[in-house]
Design a protein around this ligand. Structure first.
Ligand SMILES: C[S@@+](CC[C@H](N)C(=O)[O-])C[C@H]1O[C@@H](n2cnc3c(N)ncnc32)[C@H](O)[C@@H]1O
Length: 479
């Protein structure tokens, strides 16, 4: 008689996993027990406080010690992202080109509210998000939400409101809530953006050293560590500047997360001539250009260490770790011509055909023409605006186009809710023009006033939305 299995499956661990799939931010690690030597054995657990917070519309308190990344007002920002708002979007037909046909959207306002309003129509529908939020350099303005008592008092004292009564404050390190304010700003927005993403969607977030580490922690929490795709390092300048004491910074980061990595499509760039330079066809193979590939096993395997006998009878010994395939497979591949003997029968050659390559898998270091530089990005703006530099911190169209290339198909929707000069809209129009796609864009931008001393103001653009919308009109005309 078969013995009954006496082990039960670990139901608790399974349940923890199920809840973590729904609310990745509630997954934590706790001490399960101690070994004899006093060292702790850890296990995954659900942070009940955070789970209760997810299910509650009032603040939930809780003091337990556990593995977590937190900051003052974190729970308030969960509340803030879950709280509904009583606002609607008002269309401006007269400002829109072809309002009834294009499904592109330009939303003026605070992106927290916009992200909530978009949930109604776009829940689970956005394939790609690119955002370039304020990096928290100590100079940029961070939009303040309502819940932070300390900051409200600070604002009341300092009177830093913009003309529309919005609370735009310069986040300086002397603020005492430097990272806190930035985290409270970004966290609810990231949570809301995840819900807008399609199950096979992807988000690219550009950031620098100031908050990269914190951003990664909150993204791991919101999207789940398993959905981390990559940190791209983007070389934004070719110039070496002498304005820092220790390093001249030439790189920024772009964090890439998916909603569900298992569903995320494979990423490919088009292959360039440079990528194909190692392919040739010296033996007039009817399958076209090929290059030789590795025939060695990456790890030692005894069963893969066998001799191959060439047609002239000479014996080819295996490499140190063995061959890449079993003896059977090699025989098969020799028959199909995928493997051939070297002319002098001293070894074998594996053919990798160009026609089998779908494209080039992107590296996580982005530099050069395919991605552009900050300088090129500014030149594009100048060119569009008759020689006037109306926006100081644009990203290159090429950079965002590269993301669209790998992250979208031709009919997808792309969202940028820190859209600035609307580079993302420009990139979407340009890539559609190049590949015949019908991607749509949604831009969100706060009507942040521009300084009276700037070229933008003097040219007639009173806030950043004026600049973004004009760029879309001008770039749109080009295509
Ligand atoms: C670094 S810029 C983005 C530049 C953009 N990638 C480009 O290429 O032009 C960040 C933008 O986010 C905007 N912003 C900041 N807080 C915002 C908020 N709460 N809602 C909407 N936009 C906001 C700022 O006004 C600023 O223009």
């Amino acid at each position: 008689m078969d013995k009954l299995k006496m082990q039960s499956t670990n139901k608790v661990a399974e349940n923890v996993k199920k809840i973590a799939e729904l609310f990745p931010n509630t997954l934590t690690e706790v001490i399960k027990e101690y070994r004899k030597d006093g060292s702790p054995i850890m296990e995954y657990a659900i942070d009940f406080d955070l789970l209760r917070q997810e299910l509650s519309d009032v603040l939930v308190e809780g003091p337990e010690e556990r593995y977590q990344f937190t900051w003052p007002d974190k729970k308030s920002s969960i509340l803030l992202s879950n709280a509904p708002i009583a606002k609607t979007l008002r269309p401006y037909r007269e400002e829109s080109a072809d309002f009834d046909n294009t499904e592109n959207l330009y939303i003026e306002g605070d992106n927290l509210e916009a992200l909530k309003l978009l949930q109604e129509t776009y829940l689970g529908k956005i394939k790609m998000i690119f955002i370039d939020p304020p990096y928290n350099t100590g100079n940029d303005f961070v939009y303040e939400d309502d819940f932070v008592q300390d900051t409200q008092q600070y604002l009341a004292n300092s009177g830093q409101y913009d003309e529309m009564g919005n609370k735009l404050m310069q986040n300086t390190e002397s603020n005492g809530r430097f990272h806190t304010d930035w985290l409270n700003m970004i966290y609810p927005r990231m949570r809301l953006s995840k819900d807008l993403m399609a199950d096979d969607g992807v988000i690219f977030i550009s950031i620098d050293d100031n908050e990269e580490e914190n951003l990664k922690k909150i993204c791991n929490e919101i999207f789940g560590e398993a959905n981390f795709v990559a940190t791209i390092v983007w070389k934004h300048t070719q110039q070496s500047k002498n304005d820092e004491r220790h390093f001249s910074r030439q790189f920024n980061y772009i964090l890439v997360y998916s909603k569900n990595k298992a569903l995320l499509k494979d990423f490919y760039f088009d292959r360039t001539e440079e990528d194909n330079k190692n392919y040739s066809n010296p033996d007039n193979d009817s399958r076209g250009l090929w290059r030789s590939g590795d025939v060695r096993s990456p790890n030692y395997r005894k069963t893969l260490c066998y001799n191959i006998v060439a047609p002239n009878g000479s014996v080819i010994n295996p490499p140190a770790n063995g061959w890449r395939w079993s003896e059977e497979s090699v025989k098969e591949k020799l028959k199909t011509g995928e493997i051939i003997f070297k002319k002098d029968f001293t070894g074998i050659i594996r053919k990798i055909y160009l026609s089998d390559q779908k494209g080039r898998i992107p590296e996580n270091l982005w530099e050069g023409g395919r991605f552009g530089t900050t300088r090129q990005a500014t030149a594009v703006i100048k060119d569009l605006f008759g020689g006037k530099q109306v926006f100081d911190t644009p990203k290159p169209v090429e950079l965002v186009k590269s993301m669209c290339k790998i992250g979208t198909n031709k009919e997808d929707i792309v969202l940028d809710f820190f859209s600035g000069s609307a580079t993302t809209a420009h990139a979407v129009m340009q890539i559609n023009n190049e590949d015949g796609g019908k991607r749509k864009f949604i831009m969100v931008q706060l009507p942040e006033e521009v300084d009276e001393k700037t070229v933008a103001y003097k040219t007639g653009y009173k806030n950043i939305c004026d600049i973004g919308k004009e760029r879309i009109r001008r770039a749109g005309k080009k295509y």
